[in-house]
Each structure stands twice: as C-alpha cells, then as structure tokens.
Design a protein around this ligand. Sequence first.
Ligand code: ARG
Length: 261
Amino acid sequence: MKNIKKILALLLAAALVFALSACGSSNTSSEAEKTSLTVEDGKLIMATNATFPPYEFYEGEEIVGIDAEIAALIAQKLGLELEIADVEFGSIIPGVQSNKYDMGMAGMTVTDERKEKVNFSDTYAKGIQAVIVKEDSAIKSIDDLDGKKIGVQESTTGDIYATDDYGEENVTKYASGNLAVEGLKNGKVDCVIIDNEPAKAYVAANSGLKILETSYAEEDYAIAFNKDNTELQKKVNAALKELIADGSVQKIIDKYINAAE
Ligand code: ARG
C-alpha cells in the first residue's frame, strides 16, 4: 500500500514537472515566433519616395520633411533607430508586404485598394489633389481637362484618378513629381495632377506655373504596415497619438507648411 502511494506521488510529481516544462516551452516558443518587432532588430526601416516636398525631400544628402521628422520622433519613442529607404513610390507597398521595410511613410493616401494590401496607422495629415498648369494655360478649371494630356507620378492617387477619369491614353506616368513638372514645362503634358503641398513647392521652385483654384480630391495620409505586424502598427499609433496630443506633429507641419506661407 505504502509503495503504491509512493509510486502515485512520484507519478504525480513527474506529471507536474512535465506539465510545467511543457508550459514553459510553449511560452518560449510563442515568444520566439514574434522574435522582433521590426525587420532588423533595433531598427525602424521606413520606405519613402523623397521627391515629395514638404513631406520628404533631400536637403543635401539628407532626407528631410514632415514625414522624416515625424518618423524620427516615432522611432525615438519606440527606442529604435530610424533608417530611411528612398525607393520608387510604387515599390513602397510591395516592399512593406514582403517585409523588406517596416513601414511606408510617403504622404501616402489611405485608399480601399491599398487597405487590401497593407494596414494603415491613424491619419496624421490631409492632402488634396491639385492641378498644376502653365500660367497662360487654356485650362481654367477641372472641367477643361477632358482630352488634355495629364502628367502624374506613377502609382499615386493622382495617377489612379486621372487614369480612371480621363483614360490611360491621356495620362503620362512619370517616376517623380519633379519629372512630371518638367514634362509640363517642356509642353509634353498640359497639366500635372499631384498633391497640393508638393504642387505648391513645385510651383514655387519653377517660374511660369500655377495651381488651379479648384481642387480635385481630398485625402488622408497615413503610415502603411505589413498586415501581419499589427504589433508595430499598434505601437506606432500609440506614439503618434502622443505626438499629436503634445503638439509635436503640428509643430513639424507648421515648420514646413504654415510658416512658409
Ligand atoms: N498622396 C498620393 C498617394 O498616396 C501621392 C504620394 C506620393 N508620395 C511620394 N512620396 N512621392 O498616392
């Protein structure tokens, strides 16, 4: 009888040890699954297209602008080192989907189509699609765009809207807004459809251009994340919320936009 009790006690102890170790190992394995928050430990890799003042553009060798500065503050809050990859606008979302980059931040408009591919942060800025024409242009409003040659930056919402509304054959897709504006100056296109703040920057930097009074479409800008990395999306949203609440985001926007007006 005593022996049986002993054996039972031993078995129970063994079972307990086993259960505990199983528990422990399941913990470590679930931790191992989400090894790191970002693609590269300690880094926050942001993909952008730095041809888009005042959101992202070069000042000498450095990428500066509203997005670059907000991203730097987000990285700081997350204890990560920000690294900016300057790529074609159309490669940002595919690169986020394939975990080449942690996030895409490029004055990127939230659209239903993009939402199928990536998750977006909360909105941090607004954009309006604007139309740039030559000062002496016959185009007076968007009602005059039918049949005109329209220049856009490839894969942007300007491209998508113009192609939908005026047909592929009327739209010339450029690698950057700058090149689209060059096309306008050279008479290759009759107008450029692009976000209003870069439009203002291009018009300021080039003589003989103006922006039509009528704007084309209103949009929200947000940061794109891989659909599987909701953890990073959450953390960035929390950081963004704090930076909006304490006025940091507004300060950056004022520095690049309002102050310049
Ligand atoms: N807001 C537009 C879009 O999301 C244009 C963004 C272009 N951004 C850039 N960094 N070039 O399609």
